[in-house]
Design a protein around this ligand. Structure first.
Ligand SMILES: Nc1ncnc2c1ncn2[C@@H]1O[C@H](COP(=O)(O)OP(=O)(O)OP(=O)(O)O)[C@@H](O)[C@H]1O
Length: 287
């Protein structure tokens, strides 16, 4: 089996030793491996687009941002696999991809295929989620140098620093043609957020739909209630949080407002988000 491994040396602070074990396990299992170290954000997309033959599987060795770069360069029909060595690895968690190099390599070589439909945000693919409002400001303002040193804690610090922003801007969000207002929104393909917190019990990567969570009340008290509900996996029970299934979403706002996708900043509003017509084949463990 021809396998292209895309390794982000900055993901999770760098995991060279684990990568070597992973590649060795792939080769011992009969894989013919082509390994590429990324050099900058977006480099994986450029590299893959330049490959006429990507092999049967492309492995994203990194976190959700690396996977995002990979799916944006993946040729149709080529399978996607994950070696979760990033900070949060939200996609891998939902799919139960093992973190141990040998076990992760086994999934690449012998796993089953799960069809997961990505979405497009202003023409760029995302797999897990997109966010506007508070969530996007937290991602936009996270201290990347601190993130390399302390991992997820850098997001907690950014969350605290951005609390003041919540409720200041009202967004117009159109969900499958239905116009609504909110003070923040997360448009998610998967169930999890920020690691292993359940964001939506209605969402699931195997479902062909997006779940739109809208935060419709202003105020710090409401935001803190939502964050507490996230910790216990009860976000959709909070009065003032609306959750709708959708295929197409547009968001607008006055002023310059960031958008995040798969945990990285991807530009500014307005945003047009739509589920793609065809799924990506993901290698996942047998039950
Ligand atoms: N060589 C590189 N130097 C700097 N940044 C890179 C490089 N290669 C990729 N990137 C970027 O690094 C960012 C972070 O990668 P990634 O999200 O995979 O890791 P992480 O943030 O540790 O994990 P997670 O998103 O799961 O929390 C991505 O936006 C990606 O585009």
């Amino acid at each position: 089996m021809n396998i292209t491994v895309i390794y982000n040396p900055t993901a999770g602070g760098g995991r060279e030793r684990r990568l070597r074990h992973f590649v060795r396990a792939l080769e011992e299992g009969g894989g013919k491996v082509r390994l590429y170290h990324t050099r900058a954000p977006g480099d994986a997309t450029r590299y893959l687009r330049g490959l006429a033959d990507q092999g049967e599987v492309v492995v994203a060795a990194g976190g959700d941002g690396t996977t995002n770069d990979v799916i944006n360069g993946l040729n149709p029909g080529v399978a996607l696999a994950l070696f979760p060595i990033g900070t949060a690895n939200v996609l891998s968690r939902e799919l139960s991809i093992p973190r141990r190099p040998e076990a992760a390599a086994k999934v690449v070589l012998d796993g089953r295929t799960l069809n997961v439909t990505p979405a497009r945000l202003n023409g760029r693919r995302f797999m897990v989620m997109a966010g506007i409002g508070y969530d996007a400001w937290v991602v936009d303002q996270v201290d990347l140098i601190l993130k390399r040193r302390v991992g997820k804690l850098a997001y907690v610090i950014s969350m605290i620093r951005q609390l003041f922003r919540y409720g200041q801007v009202q967004y117009r969000i159109t969900v499958d043609g239905r116009p609504l207002d909110c003070f923040s929104a997360v448009i998610t393909n998967g169930r999890y957020y920020g690691g292993s917190f359940v964001l939506s019990r209605e969402a699931g990567l195997a479902k062909r739909s997006l779940q739109v969570l809208m935060f419709q009340r202003p105020g710090l008290g409401f935001l803190l209630r939502c964050l507490a509900a996230l910790v216990v996996g009860r976000m959709e029970r909070v009065d003032g949080v609306a959750s709708l299934s959708a295929e197409k979403v547009t968001v607008t706002a006055p002023g310059l407002e960031p958008v995040q996708a798969d945990g990285d900043p991807v530009g500014w509003l307005p945003a047009e988000i739509e589920l793609e017509p065809a799924p990506v084949k993901l290698r996942v463990p047998w039950a």
